[in-house]
Write a protein that binds this ligand. Structure first.
Ligand code: PAF
Length: 287
């Protein structure tokens, strides 16, 4: 029996009983899916949901389907007691803590296959990732049935994938985006930052600096090809490996012409620092 600071549900029926009670009172419901190890970035998503809705559910489920063999599924931090204290502070109304048997019961045989914004970037390094995310998010949305669900811009490609999923499958939920919360040096908050050693942490903030410079160069009229090359070299100099650094269409993540930027765009990067993979992004506008 978990001793948490706010109500929690571990089964679909307990979750639905709670949500049905709110519905009977004509209360709106917001939802923030997470994998736990919560930080201020997650809590900002809860606060955004709370500003839009009468009641907020946050789920914590470390989804095995979005980790490939050899990735950090086992090592992923699990801190449910601390998480519940943070969620209480953020005035979350219910924590949904499904076990693997609730999300993937025996005989489960469905996987959602995403293309569109899921192609390239993260998928090049993690081909399993967005199908795993789309499948679990569709399940969670079907279980909670919220009016809105909130996802962080930190995982910008994931946000677009989920918007596409909700639209394509007529899920009847509005997907809202929460701004990235950053450390003082610009490092985007992430549960995986806990893997950084002290010297790596000193270097990690550089990723946001490089992306801001990339966006500024595009706004100043440098071509996509030149600005990307400079950002790539800066990432190569600052990190142990670079998965990608690129600028893409802000709405579809489609590649852009190599000349001067002419439409709103997003610069995005993924780099490796020791055993930590850092991802980040920011908006870029034409001059
Ligand atoms: O962003 C995350 O924490 C996860 O990908 C999500 C959306 C909770 C799905 O497991």
């Amino acid at each position: 029996m978990l001793n948490l600071q706010i109500p929690h549900a571990t089964t679909i029926s307990a979750l639905r009983t709670r949500v049905r009670g709110w519905r009977e009172e004509r209360l709106s419901v917001g939802f923030v899916p997470t994998m736990g190890a919560l930080h201020q970035g997650h809590l900002a998503l809860v606060q955004l949901a709370k500003a839009q809705c009468d009641r907020v559910v946050a789920s914590i489920f470390v989804n095995p389907a979005q980790f490939a063999p050899g990735e950090d599924f086992e090592a992923y931090p699990r801190t449910v007691i601390e998480d519940s204290a943070h969620l209480a502070e953020a005035r979350c109304d219910l924590i949904y803590l499904p076990g693997t048997e609730v999300i993937y019961p025996e005989g489960f045989a469905t996987s959602i296959s995403m293309t569109g914004p899921a192609l390239g970037l993260e998928s090049d390094a993690r081909p399993h990732f967005f199908n795993g995310v789309a499948t679990v998010v569709a399940k969670l949305l079907g279980q909670v049935r919220p009016d809105i669900a909130v996802f962080g811009e930190k995982d910008y490609q994931q946000l677009l994938v989920i918007r596409q999923l909700a639209r394509d499958l007529d899920l009847g939920v509005e997907i809202l985006a929460g701004e990235t919360v950053r450390e003082r040096d610009g490092l985007a908050l992430s549960s995986r930052n806990a893997y950084l050693t002290a010297p790596e942490r000193q270097r990690a903030g550089q990723l946001n600096v490089i992306l801001k410079q990339f966006a500024a160069a595009l706004a100043a009229g440098q071509t996509v090809a030149q600005a990307r090359q400079i950002a790539l070299e800066a990432c190569q100099a600052g990190f142990d490996a670079v998965d990608y650094v690129d600028v893409r269409c802000t709405r579809s993540l489609a590649p852009l012409p190599e000349g001067r930027l002419e439409t709103p765009a997003r610069v995005l990067a993924a780099v490796r620092l020791g055993k930590t993979r850092l991802i980040d992004n920011c908006a870029a506008s034409p001059s």
